[in-house]
Ligand binder design. Structure first.
Ligand code: GDP
Length: 302
């Protein structure tokens, strides 16, 4: 239900257009595919992925000798899920430690919804019975620490912080010691997101990561890149930059409720080979959903 509501814009622009196309064409022909291609591109699926998808669909149509467009909704859904999954079928669930502390590092540029996502995920983990601590690692942006504290209070989770302008690696060190001392299950770490000075930001991220690695072998267990779905291809280029700089293990795609271009999920997964682990479907505390490609695609057409 949450998916259905949150994806209303993508449903009406993408799924309804596909359904309308199927209703207008009876036979699966070249013109049908051309229109389908336009719809996919408008949904931000990305040109490379669209071409691949159209080729696969044509082969499938041939293989199964499909003539009637009525069968196409199912075939399109199947192929969307298949392309999303890729060859390696990476898990979309979080890599949580069975015993001991799980450290999750959040990266991404300012304004994408990083703080909000940390708050939402803290709430989700807490409601699953886990103890959670937040690390205020964005010591650069004015108000970032306070904003994380607001979320901490809202969801009843403590925030480890230092003063603005302090060394984020030192904040991480403190946070890890606190998490160990209190036997916390999950530590969620915020980081700075200024992209004006890319080299410095990436150096800072490296340093933060090194401290975490040194204190806890095997950590961070996830590096989640937060991207704003409403920025479309811009989100794609941010993903490329962060992927080059650090070992991103998953993506949180926020503000999917605010865009009709939900196809970006597929483009990111297919072109960058990073699984989308969560999607943000609103500003409220329970508006974060685990991403399941099947649920997503079939939810669009439901
Ligand atoms: P940060 O700078 O990356 O930490 O971004 P924030 O967490 O401050 O979020 C920026 C804005 O985006 C805020 O107004 C949030 O309420 C809003 N936001 C975050 N996630 C979502 C989402 O999934 N849907 C919608 N509609 N708004 C969101």
């Amino acid at each position: 239900e949450k998916f259905k509501q949150g994806l209303a814009k993508t449903r009406s622009s993408f799924a309804e257009r596909v359904n309308d196309l199927i209703a207008r064409y009876r036979k699966v022909d070249e013109e049908f595919f051309e229109e389908l291609e336009e719809i996919l591109i408008a949904a931000d699926v990305g040109v490379t992925t669209v071409m691949e998808l159209i080729d696969e669909l044509k082969m499938e149509v041939k293989r199964r000798n499909i003539q009637d467009t009525k069968e196409m909704q199912e075939v399109i859904s199947e192929k969307l899920v298949e392309i999303y999954r890729g060859d390696d079928n990476e898990p979309t669930v979080l890599n949580m430690q069975e015993n001991g502390l799980t450290v999750i590092l959040f990266v991404g540029v300012n304004g994408v919804g990083k703080t909000t996502t940390i708050g939402k995920l803290a709430h989700k983990l807490k409601s699953e019975g886990k103890s959670v601590l937040l690390a205020a690692g964005d010591t650069f942006r004015a108000g970032a620490i306070e904003q994380l504290e607001v979320w901490g209070e809202r969801v009843g989770v403590e925030v480890i912080k230092q003063s603005a302008g302090s060394d984020p690696a030192a904040v991480m060190y403190d946070a890890i010691q606190a998490a160990k001392a209190r036997n916390v299950d999950v530590l969620l770490c915020d980081t700075a997101g200024r992209l004006q000075n890319k080299v410095n930001l990436m150096k800072e991220l490296e340093k933060v990561k090194r401290v975490i690695e040194r204190e806890i072998p095997g950590a961070p267990h996830e590096v989640l890149l937060v991207l704003d779905a409403t920025t479309g291809q811009n989100a794609m280029s941010q993903a490329k930059t962060f992927k080059e700089a650090t070992n991103v293990t998953g993506i949180v795609l926020t503000k999917l409720d605010g865009t009709a271009k939900g196809g970006i999920v597929l483009a990111i997964r297919n072109e960058l080979n990073i699984p989308v682990k969560f999607v943000g479907l609103g500003e409220k505390v329970d508006d974060l959903q685990e991403f399941d490609p099947e649920q997503y695609v079939y939810g669009l057409f439901a």
